[in-house]
Design a protein around this ligand. Structure first.
Ligand SMILES: NC(=O)c1ccc[n+]([C@@H]2O[C@H](COP(=O)([O-])OP(=O)(O)OC[C@H]3O[C@@H](n4cnc5c(N)ncnc54)[C@H](OP(=O)(O)O)[C@@H]3O)[C@@H](O)[C@H]2O)c1
Length: 326
């Protein structure tokens, strides 16, 4: 467990009614007030990176990280009681049932975790008068648009995962006064199974890979997203924000680029359609998230996905060739 104990000094300051201006936690005198930031879902792919970034970028704050072993968000009473006991100033809710195809066959679980689970965290945040940051997805959109989705576009999910995450968004908006919803997409990073790890694994044993070429989005590096989340918290951003690495591609181009950057040219990449792949969950054909609001309101821009990918791949060991091939 990565929980860090509360600071009595920080607590006293807040209990004494010192004014905390925005998310910067600045007292009227200008001295920084120590806040407690709780990350729920701290051991997942994004959560692990985010814990590291929050520890280094908010040194004056206490950062607590819980995952399923410490808190099961499906359970209302336990979730609310545990968060209330900690009394954080900021709750970052990242925990989710993220198996998009699994959600189709396990709709009840999808809504129990992503919908009701988020409601329980939101209730707790509201009771603590905490800011709530909620991670959501491009899959709340149907993909009919042919230009980047903005925060004001109407959601219309095509699959159970998207529906359940949208339910979570609605609970956050209804129950929490100070909320920040961050929609992101196509995540990869060192701390979880993802498209990049799957391509690398398959490239170890196969000479040809069939990859879907009719879904367009923006691959996003968890390390970049974690930094943006931390910045948005520092800016005390409120409302809905889209955050993804810039530039767009299909999964096919993404796969090709991974292999190209690693210098692997013995693996043939074959473009296929979503229909040919036949996954249980329908995905939007176009779910690019426009990040204009992020730039306008915070000055932040996300670097191109290919640049982020290059950096990430440098941290990995390239896959060894399959037997008998060079
Ligand atoms: N991955 C993507 O491409 C993507 C795209 C858009 C948005 N998002 C959103 O971004 C966030 C982070 O995604 P991620 O890929 O980093 O997720 P992840 O790796 O699956 O991490 C989610 C974490 O939540 C935990 N969890 C599951 N059920 C829980 C419960 N009932 N109570 C408490 N914890 C629970 C999981 O534990 P177990 O592993 O033990 O189940 C896991 O540690 C999620 O909210 C996701 O919806 C992800």
């Amino acid at each position: 467990m990565t929980t860090i104990s509360l600071s009595p000094a920080g607590r006293t300051c807040l209990q004494a009614g010192a004014e905390v201006r925005g998310g910067f936690g600045i007292q009227e005198s200008g001295s920084k007030v120590k806040r407690t930031i709780l990350v729920v879902g701290a051991k997942g792919m994004l959560g692990t990176d985010l814990m590291e970034v929050l520890h280094s970028s908010t040194p004056g704050d206490e950062v607590a990280g819980w995952d399923i072993e410490e808190i099961d968000v499906e359970k209302e009473e336990g979730t609310v009681a545990k968060i209330e006991k900690l009394r954080p100033e900021i709750v970052v809710h990242i925990a989710a049932y993220t198996d998009v195809d699994g959600c189709e066959s396990n709709k009840e679980k999808a809504f129990a975790v992503n919908g009701e689970g988020t409601k329980h965290v939101a209730l707790a945040a509201s009771k603590c008068h905490a800011k709530m940051v909620y991670l959501s997805t491009d899959y709340v959109f149907d993909g009919d648009k042919r230009e980047p989705y903005s925060e004001s576009d109407s959601p219309h999910p095509l699959n159970v995962y998207g529906e359940s995450k949208l339910k979570g968004e609605q609970y956050v908006q209804t129950l929490v006064k100070d909320f920040l919803i961050i929609r992101t997409q196509w995540l990869y990073g060192p701390f979880g199974k993802n498209f990049v790890s799957s391509i690398l694994q398959q490239a170890r044993g196969q000479s040809a890979l069939c990859i879907v070429d009719d879904q367009t989005g923006s691959p996003t590096y968890t390390a970049d997203l974690a930094k943006a989340i931390s910045k948005l918290i520092q800016f005390d951003a409120r409302g809905i924000f889209h955050v993804a690495n810039s530039g767009v591609c299909t999964w096919y181009t993404f796969g090709q680029t991974i292999l190209k950057f690693l210098g692997i040219n013995r693996v043939k990449v074959i473009p296929i359609s979503s229909g040919e792949l036949g996954r249980p969950a329908v995905r939007p054909f176009y779910s690019v998230l426009g990040c204009q609001k992020l730039k306008e309101e915070t000055g932040l821009t996300m670097r191109p996905w290919s640049e982020a990918l290059k950096d990430y791949l440098k941290t990995l060991n390239p896959p060894s060739p399959p037997q008998g091939q060079g």
